[in-house]
Design a binder for this molecule. Structure first.
Ligand SMILES: *[C@@H]1O[C@H](CO)[C@@H](O)[C@H](O)[C@H]1NC(C)=O
Ligand SMILES: *[C@@H]1O[C@H](CO)[C@@H](O)[C@H](O)[C@H]1NC(C)=O
Length: 192
């Protein structure tokens, strides 16, 4: 009797497994979970963060390196075609010795033939306090001679998951000769 029951149980299990496999095999991909309705807008919060970005091209430890340039770059005062990769320190205050709160990692391309205009594509990777490990992604146009440059925040991770918003960049200090600069970034981020 027990043997029969066991056999029955085994048979049932096998049948179930087979059915599942067949169903999965029929689909081009598997649906893990159906979508929940999006969180209500009032659950969204606005976070304002202010950081100072240190752009260092020259000296002992540059954190911005040129990786490409146009063949005819010296005919253009806008450096059109140049590409730099950056790993700029983000600090709490304008001094380099001020507390490190994250890094701006990514790249920028000199994308304007008139005036120095950058296409910026970078992640602000936060490394301090509650935002440690979270990132926001900034992608936008940066005309460096404009007093305040606004660029979109197009996404984020961690606490900034599903983020959108904008940053405003304002040069705090710069060295014309080396192009080293400290830039104040005010980040306005909507996230859940
Ligand atoms: C770069 O500029 C110099 C001086 O203006 C000029 O003599 C030279 O031909 C230019 N080189 C290129 C590749 O355009
Ligand atoms: C940030 O997180 C990393 C990884 O979890 C940890 O090693 C580091 O100590 C944290 N830094 C601060 C300042 O909390």
């Amino acid at each position: 009797m027990i043997k029969l029951l066991l056999l029955l149980l085994l048979l049932t299990t096998t049948t179930t497994t087979t059915t599942t496999t067949t169903t999965l095999a029929k689909q081009p991909y598997s649906l893990v979970q159906s979508q929940k309705p999006a969180p209500k807008p009032h659950h969204e919060k606005l976070t304002h963060l202010r950081v100072f970005l240190h752009h260092i091209v020259s000296g002992r430890c540059p954190n911005s390196v040129q990786v490409a340039q146009a063949a005819s770059t010296n005919t253009s005062s806008s450096f059109f075609g140049q590409v730099n990769v950056i790993d700029n320190a983000l600090t709490e205050g304008p001094a380099m010795a001020s507390k490190l709160v994250g890094r701006a990692q990514g790249l920028y391309a000199l994308a304007s033939q008139e005036g120095v205009g950058l296409l910026m594509a970078m992640n602000f990777a936060f490394m301090d306090g509650k935002y440690n490990g979270s990132t926001i992604t900034v992608l936008g146009r940066n005309m460096v001679s404009t007093p305040v440059r606004e660029m979109p925040v197009i996404g984020g991770s961690g606490l900034f998951r599903l983020a959108r918003g904008y940053v405003q960049a304002k040069t705090y200090s710069s060295d014309m000769k080396t192009t080293n600069a400290v830039v104040e970034y005010n980040c306005f981020v909507l996230h859940y």
